[in-house]
Design a protein around this ligand. Sequence first.
Ligand SMILES: C[S@@+](CC[C@H](N)C(=O)[O-])C[C@H]1O[C@@H](n2cnc3c(N)ncnc32)[C@H](O)[C@@H]1O
Length: 440
Amino acid sequence: MKNKKKYLKDKQKINLDIPHIGSIENLSYSSYGVLKNNGKVIFIPYTVTGDVISYKLLKDKKTFSEGRLIEILNSSPYRRKPLCPYFGMCGGCQWQHVKYEYQLLSKKKITADLLERIGKIGAPPVQEINAAESEWNYRNRVRFQIGVAKNNVNFGFTVYNTNEVVDIETCYIVKKPIAELLKKIRMLKEELVGLFDFEVYYSELEDNYIFYGITRNLTALNNIRRIPDLFKGGIFFDKKSKRSLNIKSPFLNYSLKTINSNYSLKIMAGGFLQANQLVNTKILNTLIEEFSNCKDLKLLELYAGCGNFTIPLSKLFKHVVAVEGSHISIQALEENLYRNNIINVVAIKNDVKEEVIKNFNLKKTYDVVFIDPPRVGAKEIVTYLPHLGVNTVVYLSCNPSTLARDLQILINSGFALEKVIPFDMFPQTFHIEVLAILRR
Ligand SMILES: C[S@@+](CC[C@H](N)C(=O)[O-])C[C@H]1O[C@@H](n2cnc3c(N)ncnc32)[C@H](O)[C@@H]1O
């Protein structure tokens, strides 16, 4: 009740119709800059720290408000002209208007803030962020969306936080060969009506592409005639019937580079492939440095994918158990182990939670666990990890919010957070890849 009174009082203070003037204080973990009005946090899209703006309120909620930028009265020194004509409409990027150096500073700060706020971790040991080699044309895997509006087929990315697809002719964050391919797909995009989304993978080694398309129903495939000619192969997957259709050769070979080796790996359409291979190499090199003294230790790797980390890590540990749930990825993982002559890894296809519980019941122990979960994090399994005897947990996350939540659980069960290393896997976006190392 007390809160409601305060809310009503605040509401009187903030008038929704009149323009306000404010100064952006920082970037949030989204497309929004943040300012404060009477102590209340207000999110304004596509602004940056130091912008003095006029804005109108769109939504006035209890704890925060959302506003719309009307005019930049005084432009921030961190602001720059976005490269892409679709910026602001297309949800593929959120930070093109921010100078790259400031994107990096903000990602480090946001990582620390989220660990403090969500994880309740005082002074988290966040190191300098590892910048990307190139802030443009870095993505070797990208998921395009398909939308139909007023009988037009739109092929591109969705508007941030909506299902509306912006039709794009080019994209500056995908690798140049994918940007070239995009032009060709666009000419045939009517064929793709009936698909939800269309994922494209590119391999520099093969200079070729594969796709993974999710259909609304399998009859949609009757329209698709010329699109597969643009690819080495691909898979169409029908969500309703769970049936899939393989076209030509739906796999690619690619080089996985580390500081001391160059591995040949296979990826299947539908499997996970890190989207920025140069930054992936930086993460691998950091792991190689961190685990140079583990020759006698056993590693449990959860969310192993097709072996991106398994293969290089197998060289550092005595024995590795790698768990992956997708049948597409586990097949590739097994082949990747075979073709790289790796015999100290056991690959298990299972849900990680089931596998962790099984290990817990069988009292199996490991020295180190490495996890690389999807954006939702690993809440379901982190509580079990301390019972597997591990002294070190290495957690690679693509979402610092869920990382913060999970780290809190690990810290409460006796682990100390030794270091947190952010990597800029996704320049021009607010996304952050974070490596956290805990020991006890
Ligand atoms: C972020 S990807 C990381 C893959 C791999 N480490 C790499 O770098 O390529 C997460 C992986 O976890 C797998 N996965 C997601 N949820 C899972 C679960 N509950 N059980 C087992 N595997 C899961 C996905 O199939 C995907 O391959």
